[in-house]
Design a protein around this ligand. Structure first.
Ligand code: HEC
Ligand code: HEC
Length: 400
């Protein structure tokens, strides 16, 4: 998407967002005392919410999200790796087919796949939900508790936007009259005197933007079906049934947040951390500076990664934390290998080689991985049809 296209597209969406933001603002004013009293830990991440200023914070956050001047050589913004035209993922071609992202320097290559930011605001903050079991948080390994903690880290990551420190951020923001005015008005007159406070203010604005409906439209065929607006095809209905059946495909064991299937607002992740035994992405490791012996520790050094939400998954290839699979069908065949033997079940169709040893062998929840039954081609066709149904309306044209 060019900058001009992005501006036109964003401003049309923002018109409807700001109407909704106004409604939201009114609701929040009424509900705010109740919300703090009940303090539901599964309530939406609201770490930064200065609700009174929500509307302008959103505009500031939007401007920051698209500003390439916030990277060391002025070439990269958040949107470079989280392109709104592609469900906020990184599809720029590179030497590892977008399995990981290139940094602002055009050379540094990360080691993980850029997740879609659609619905990311719905991940709860990281917490221990049962003794020893964690859920929520941001990043594949949950190293940020919530969006607020995540937001400015890409600015300083040497393999991403590569600013040296918060003082450098301050200098870049001071360059623009718009920022000088907006930050002073929305935060305090002396916000520019304290780079750490400015950094937190930057995060608040980015979070406010990410929490708008622009990122979470809930208008996929699945949502429209739940609202009674469309009839699913027979294949989609079968796929839905298989997906939510824990005695069958068993996907909802991990990819379901609400206690009941088919709940409105489902984001298709319980936000827990699991090791599903993915092999190393060798092509990626040979191309970045990690080296072939590097092991990604994941969450708590256990090779676990956050269960990703599945909205827009059909348009956000490649898949998994290391971008190892290109096709949704390969993902399904990978899960099927745990419950099938013989034939080609133990072969990755993308490489025509065996699936490969898990990068981290321990800590796999084999009970859950073995809980499904063998899936036939028809079952997989149906599950895939269901996953395609989770595509937001504005991305339907990207469906392969
Ligand atoms: C160079 C590419 C790149 C840039 C630039 C970038 N990101 Fe990311 N982003 C990634 C990658 C890769 C990950 C996954 C990293 C991980 O989990 O360790 C990620 C993860 C995230 C996540 C966590 C999502 C989740 O579901 O866990 C959020 C939120 C996010 N980025 C927001 C931003 C914001 C805001 C900016 C700008 C300040 C930004 N990103 C800039 C590549 C990028
Ligand atoms: C044991 C919990 C568990 C079960 C059961 C499970 N998944 Fe997953 N799923 C995960 C985790 C964890 C990841 C991310 C793994 C990683 O990157 O290391 C994932 C990743 C995915 C991805 C890739 C998403 C992306 O954006 O990269 C898809 C698609 C997917 N799962 C679909 C399914 C389907 C369909 C089923 C049922 C056949 C299923 N999953 C069953 C835990 C599970």
């Amino acid at each position: 998407m060019t900058r001009v296209q992005a501006t036109v597209w964003i401003s049309s969406v923002m018109r409807s967002v700001s109407r909704q933001a106004h409604k939201l603002l009114m609701t929040i004013c009424v509900l705010a005392p109740l919300m703090t009293a009940t303090a539901d830990p599964w309530a939406r991440d609201s770490a930064s919410a200065d609700h009174v200023l929500a509307e302008s914070l959103v505009q500031l956050g939007q401007r920051l999200f698209f500003d390439t001047d916030l990277s060391i050589n002025r070439t990269q913004s958040c949107a470079s790796c989280h392109d709104p035209a592609r469900a906020f993922t990184d599809t720029r071609p590179n030497r590892v087919s977008a399995a990981a992202s290139l940094g602002a320097d055009g050379k540094s290559l990360g080691d993980r796949n850029a997740p879609s930011l659609t619905y990311a605001a719905y991940a709860p903050s990281l917490q221990e939900i049962e003794p020893g079991i964690h859920a929520g948080g941001q990043f594949w390994d949950g190293r940020a508790d919530n969006l607020q903690q995540q937001a400015s880290s890409p600015l300083y990551n040497p393999a991403e936007m590569a600013l040296p420190d918060t003082s450098a951020l301050r200098i870049r923001l001071m360059e623009k009259e718009f920022y000088q005015q907006a930050f002073s008005r929305l935060f305090s007159d002396d916000v520019f005197d304290k780079p750490d406070i400015l950094d937190a203010a930057f995060a608040s604005a980015i979070v406010a933007f990410q929490r708008t409906d622009l990122f979470s439209t809930f208008d996929s065929r699945y949502d429209r079906y739940l609202r009674g607006e469309i009839q699913p095809t027979l294949q989609e209905s079968i796929g839905m049934g298989l997906f939510f059946n824990n005695g069958f495909a068993n996907c909802s064991h991990c990819h379901q947040l609400n206690s009941l299937p088919n709940s409105a607002g489902e984001t298709f992740s319980n936000y827990r951390y699991e090791n599903i035994g993915l092999p190393v992405n060798r092509q990626l490791r040979e191309s970045n500076d990690k080296g072939v012996d590097y092991v990604d520790p994941g969450f708590m050094q256990q090779g676990r990664f956050k269960v990703p939400g599945l909205r827009n998954v059909a348009v956000t290839s490649p898949y998994m934390h290391n971008g190892i699979f290109r096709e949704l069908r390969t993902v399904l065949l990978f899960y099927n290998k745990f419950n099938t033997s013989g034939g080609t079940s133990q072969v990755n169709p993308e490489t025509n080689e065996p699936w490969g040893e898990p990068e981290v062998d321990g800590h796999r929840d084999m009970v859950k991985l073995n809980a499904g039954v063998p899936l036939s081609t028809r079952h997989m066709d149906a599950i895939e049809a269901f996953l395609r149904m989770l595509t937001d309306q504005r991305y339907e044209h990207l469906l392969p």
